[in-house]
Design a protein around this ligand. Structure first.
Ligand code: BEZ
Ligand code: FE
Length: 290
C-alpha cells in the first residue's frame, strides 16, 4: 500500500476503516475495510481532479443504467474487460484436479432455454453446419449420465438471440442431456468471432484506451450434474485469429477444439441428418465432485 498524501489524508483513511470495526459479520468487515484501504490508495496514487472523479461516477452510473433484465449486463462486461472475472475464476479453481478448465460466464446466458434431444439442431439461422459431440466424465474416468449441458453461441452475425431480437426464440441455445454412457451431441453451426458490445460505457473505455472488442469464436457451456460442481466454460475454435487477444482474457489452451470437415456421405451425416458436408468438433468434459 502506498504512503502517498499528507498525514491528514492518511488519517482520513484510518478513520473510515475504523468506522467499519464493529461490523458483526467478520467477512463483511474484511471486505469493506480492505475495499476502503485499496480505494483510498488508488485515489492517493492518481490524485484525480474533481472533474475526473465526477466522470468516474458518471461512468459507473451509466454502466448501471445500461443493464437490462434480459441480456445486457454492463457490469459483467466491465468486470470481464478489466480481467477481474478471470482473476476470480483463477482464485476459485486453483487446485489441479483433472477437471475441465473453467472460463468466463459472460453476460449473454438466458435461463430456461428449450431442452433438446441427443443430436438435435439448435441453429435456425444460416452458418457452417457443425456437430459438437463427446462425453461428460468424472475425474476418475467414469461417465456422468443425465448431466445437463446448457449451451449458447452467437449467430453468424456475431449476435446472441435475445441480444439480437430479429433471431428466433432459442436460436443457438439449448439444453442437452447426456445418455447412460455420458454422451452428448449438439447439432449447430461453427461459432464465429465477434466483438463484445461497444455501444455503452465499456465500449467507450475500450475505444479511449486503444483496445479492441473482439472475442475469439467459441461455444459456451454450463454443465450441471448431481453430486458434481457446476462447470462454466467455452470451447474455442483452435484456428481463430483472436485467441491471443481475447477482449476478456478468457482463453485457456486446454479449451481449444478443431472443427474437422466431413463429407455428406459420412455415416455421422446420415445419423444426424446433415444434408451436405459438416464440421465436427469432439470434446470430453470432466466434472469435479462437489
Ligand atoms: C461472451 O462470451 O458471451 C462474453 C463474455 C464476456 C463479455 C462479453 C461477452
Ligand atoms: Fe460468447
Amino acid at each position: 500500500m502506498t504512503m502517498q498524501g499528507t498525514e491528514a489524508e492518511r488519517a482520513l483513511t484510518e478513520q473510515v476503516v475504523s468506522r467499519f470495526a464493529d461490523t458483526p459479520d467478520a467477512r463483511l468487515r474484511t471486505l469493506m475495510q480492505s475495499l476502503v484501504r485499496h480505494l483510498h490508495a488508488y485515489v492517493r496514487e492518481v490524485e484525480p481532479t474533481e472533474a475526473e472523479w465526477f466522470a468516474a461516477i458518471r461512468f459507473l452510473t451509466e454502466t448501471g443504467q445500461m443493464c437490462d433484465d434480459v441480456v445486457r449486463q454492463e457490469f459483467i462486461l466491465l468486470s470481464d474487460t478489466l480481467g477481474v472475472s478471470m482473476l476470480v475464476d483463477a482464485i476459485n479453481h486453483r487446485y489441479a484436479s483433472g477437471a475441465t478448465d473453467t472460463t468466463v460466464f459472460g453476460p449473454f446466458y438466458i435461463d430456461g432455454m428449450p431442452e433438446r434431444a441427443y443430436g438435435e439442431n439448435m441453429a435456425f439461422t444460416p452458418g457452417t453446419p457443425a456437430l459438437v459431440q463427446g462425453r461428460v466424465m468424472t475425474t476418475d474416468g467414469k461417465p456422468v449420465a443425465n448431466a445437463l449441458l446448457d449451451v449458447w453461441q452467437t449467430a453468424d452475425n456475431g449476435m446472441y438471440s435475445g441480444q439480437d431480437t430479429a433471431q428466433p426464440h432459442g436460436n443457438l441455445r439449448g439444453r442437452y442431456r447426456t445418455d447412460a454412457e455420458g454422451r452428448y451431441a449438439i447439432r449447430t453451426i461453427v461459432p464465429v468471432c465477434y466483438p463484445i458490445p461497444t455501444d455503452g460505457p465499456v465500449g467507450r473505455m475500450l475505444n479511449a484506451t486503444g483496445r479492441y472488442p473482439w472475442r475469439p469464436a467459441h461455444l459456451h457451456f454450463m454443465i450441471t450434474a448431481a453430486d458434481h460442481s457446476t462447470l462454466v466454460t467455452h470451447l474455442f475454435n483452435q484456428n481463430d485469429p483472436y485467441l491471443d487477444s481475447d477482449a476478456v482474457f478468457g482463453v485457456k489452451p486446454s479449451l481449444l477444439v478443431d472443427y474437422r470437415e466431413h463429407t455428406a456421405d459420412d455415416a455421422a451425416a446420415q445419423q444426424f441428418g446433415f444434408e451436405g458436408g459438416f464440421s465436427e468438433a469432439r470434446y470430453d468434459f470432466v466434472l469435479e465432485r462437489a
